[in-house]
Design a protein around this ligand. Structure first.
Ligand code: MEV
Length: 390
């Protein structure tokens, strides 16, 4: 989607014609939401998990403004902690911005709306400021290869340094790191990089406690003594014949509360860690089926995974009724994301039939193909909006 805003000059040209439109200074980036096929909650404890990017996206556009605004309202750091946190990391001392957020990912529903927003906002902010380049290498930024390579001002600009601008300055891995950092602070320090990596890279992402030799390893992430190896998966052609139908209960369930609920369960009853480990075993079975193109096997593993999620207490009656309605026309059904409300997913060859069944049971549906495109910079024509290196 190429979205550009033009300002029409108020003065007519001598020939009486309206002058050609001048672009306002704006950049725009978008990122997809995600569905977790296997392993939510267990992944927080290092178990393997799989997520795919979905067709629904969040778009963030930025323009220089007289005061800080978000969607036309005064920007409030308390109401938008993710954006505030990114602003501090990428736009400290920068001029005021007007931020516009659009998208078709329902909020607080387990579809990665906050990770997609953070990824798109990281990309837009980076694009809007550019990146300092020193000795043909990054002069500043966040990378998996050098997790501590974070350069903050005052900028030590030397002769020969340059500033990379526009799309070229944006790095998917950096956006995933920043998004993970802000998700973690919003979830009280307990957050896996599953949502942030999937919304940034797109496609299909597998997290595991070890490097999986038959998957494409991308990088490692560590947070509070838990480490994850992040991989991308090349999906087989069989994926073209199936759809995900997403059923939304309409119940807002903050991820932080569900993650804390599971943490309390494990503290009070350490033996329940067996269920977390069993989710890990099911995820591995699901990954093998996915790689082989065995969609029936993928569906079976999803439904088994759901039974475990129900047993650790993150389902609810509304999710259960959407799941029961979708099951007869689907290969597999489960809640997706943190649970407690939010969404369920059905893997199906009959998206229309499955969607109608979910709607009849009171759910709102979205349909997506599996493994959509990751982060995209939609417009960088007028970047940088600010040069912090001058
Ligand atoms: C949320 O989409 C997935 C959880 O596993 C939390 C996390 O991975 O950070 C519940």
């Amino acid at each position: 989607m190429l979205h550009q805003v033009f300002e029409v000059g108020s003065l007519l040209q001598p020939n009486g014609q309206v002058p050609p439109p001048q672009p306002l200074h704006m950049v725009q980036a978008s990122a997809p939401g995600k569905c977790i096929l296997f392993g939510e909650h267990a992944v927080v404890y290092g178990q393997p998990a799989v997520a795919v990017a979905i067709d629904q996206r969040m778009t963030v556009s930025l323009e220089i403004s007289d005061v800080w605004r978000i969607d036309g309202m005064r920007f409030s750091p308390e109401r938008h902690p993710h954006v505030e946190s990114l602003k501090q990391r990428l736009w400290a001392n920068g001029p005021s911005l007007s931020i516009k957020v659009n998208g078709d990912i329902p909020p607080a529903s387990g579809l990665g709306s906050s990770a997609a927003l953070s990824v798109a906002a990281s990309a837009a902010l980076r694009c809007a400021r550019g990146r300092q380049i020193k000795d043909d290498d990054w002069g500043e930024g966040w990378t998996a290869a050098r997790p501590n390579a974070v350069y903050t001002g005052p900028w030590d600009v030397e002769q020969g340094d340059s500033v990379q601008t526009g799309k070229d300055s944006v790095d998917v891995d950096e956006c995933a790191i920043l998004s993970h950092a802000v998700e973690a602070s919003a979830q009280g320090g307990r957050a896996s990089p599953l949502d942030s990596s999937t919304c940034s890279h797109g496609g299909c992402i597998v997290l595991s406690d070890k490097v999986e030799s038959d998957l494409n390893w991308i990088y490692s992430r560590t947070l509070n003594d838990v480490s994850w190896e992040v991989h991308a998966v090349d999906l087989p052609k069989e994926i073209e014949d199936v759809w995900l139908v997403i059923g939304n209960t309409g119940i807002h369930a903050p991820t932080s509360e569900q993650v804390a609920k599971v943490a309390r369960l494990l503290e009070n009853e350490p033996g329940r860690m067996r269920e977390i480990e069993t989710i890990g075993i099911i995820s591995r079975r699901g990954i093998a089926a996915l790689k082989e193109g065995n969609m029936e096997g993928v569906g079976r593993a999803m439904s088994e995974n759901h039974l475990l999620l129900r047993s650790i207490g993150v389902s609810c009656s509304e999710l259960e009724s959407l799941i029961s309605a979708a099951a007869p026309s689907s290969l597999g059904v489960k809640l997706t994301g943190a649970g407690g409300g939010g969404c369920m997913i059905a893997l199906t060859r009959n998206p229309k039939e499955t969607s109608e069944a979910i709607e009849l049971a009171g759910g709102r549906t979205l349909i997506s193909k599996i493994a959509a495109h990751g982060l995209i910079v939609d417009s960088d024509d007028n970047s940088p909006l600010w040069n912090p290196f001058e």
